[in-house]
Design a protein around this ligand. Structure first.
Ligand code: NAP
Length: 307
């Protein structure tokens, strides 16, 4: 039995890890996040309200729960918000990670930390785990700074880099590319979509499973975990249109330079997944399979809310 404590359990990945952990009899699970628990299932595990920027509170909870593994999914993950408020980003994405490292070192905990494809500049994707990072925005710089702190520490560590995570969960504070484009087009809203950025979108379920596999196998080091299909953002939204038979005339295809977002985006990321295939038996869904799964989940949610 492994005791796994997760931070940011209210987020997209956090809620999927909760689902997967509750289905695994070998895991004793402690979910933590800011504020009240937003996961619809409240039984079978402990939930604690935890802001990871508060060291004293984090220390008390870690002492009290004595986990074998901490999975840190909590983050300020809105790239433009990080660019606008680098002080807030530094606090959550770097300083709070330093707190988790100190506690993991002190109590001999395996720390699994979530990072991003945005540590790369996007000039030469898809990337291997040991390719040279070169972030081009505040979010990427802060995520890389946290990676460096972890690598320089003496704790048992894993870094999981991922890309453009999509999925459906309860009461999300942030949307994702699939739900955003689907909802906007269904409501007849015009959306601007870039045609010069390429990503390998990641189904949240696949990422959650990989994180727990790493916890159970004590897989240390850096791992690249994403979907297996490389798409331009336009192609990705086209696949959403095709899947749900949506109206494509509301899509405005633009170059990144025309969008005027706060933060620069890497042009082409994507990962080479051989290490995950080899060491974790990782088997990601295709993007088409991911969309099918979302369709089923949305139908189920629709049925539940109409009861
Ligand atoms: N989503 C992506 O496309 C993507 C891509 C690459 C890497 N990642 C990384 O993957 C990880 C998980 O991402 P995600 O998509 O699950 O993000 P998410 O949906 O935004 O979830 C992050 C969660 O962390 C919580 N949080 C923020 N600050 C906190 C704090 N100080 N203390 C405790 N909880 C806090 C948020 O709380 P609230 O809900 O209250 O805001 C949210 O529930 C992050 O590390 C992110 O950087 C994500």
């Amino acid at each position: 039995m492994k005791k796994v404590l997760i931070t940011g359990s209210n987020g997209l990945l956090g809620q999927k890890i909760t689902d997967a952990a509750l289905a695994d009899a070998n895991i004793a699970y402690i979910a933590t996040s800011r504020g009240a628990n937003r996961h619809p299932v409240k039984k079978g595990y402990i939930y604690i309200d935890l802001d990871i920027t508060d060291f004293e509170q984090t220390e008390n909870i870690v002492k009290e729960c004595s986990p074998d593994v901490i999975i840190n999914t909590a983050a300020m993950a809105n790239v433009d918000a990080c660019e606008r408020d680098p002080v807030a980003s530094q606090k959550v994405n770097v300083e709070a990670v330093a707190n988790l490292i100190a506690l993991s070192e002190r109590f001999n905990i395996h720390l699994i930390h979530l990072s991003t494809d945005f540590v790369f500049d996007g000039d030469e994707g898809p990337y291997m785990e040991d390719d040279e990072p070169n972030p081009i925005n505040v979010y990427g710089k802060h995520k890389l700074a946290a990676e460096k702190l972890i690598k320089d520490s003496s704790c048992i560590w894993s870094i999981v880099r991922t890309i453009l995570v999509y999925g459906v969960v309860n009461d999300l504070s942030r949307t994702n590319i699939v739900l955003w484009s689907k909802n906007a087009l269904e409501n007849g809203q015009t959306i601007k979509v870039v045609n010069d950025q390429w990503r390998m979108p990641t189904l949240a379920e696949d990422l959650a499973k990989a994180c727990l596999t790493m916890a159970m196998k004590k897989a240390e080091g850096i791992y690249h975990i994403s979907g297996k299909d490389l798409f331009s953002i336009c192609e990705l939204v086209d696949a959403v249109v095709e899947h749900w038979h949506l109206e494509s005339s509301y899509i405005c295809k633009e170059r990144s330079s025309e969008l005027k977002q706060n933060a620069l985006r890497p042009k082409r990321t994507g990962f080479i997944l051989d290490k995950a295939y080899d060491k974790l038996d990782y088997v990601p869904h295709s993007f088409g399979e991911g969309l099918k799964l979302i369709e089923e989940q949305l139908k189920k949610i629709g049925k539940q809310s109409s009861l």
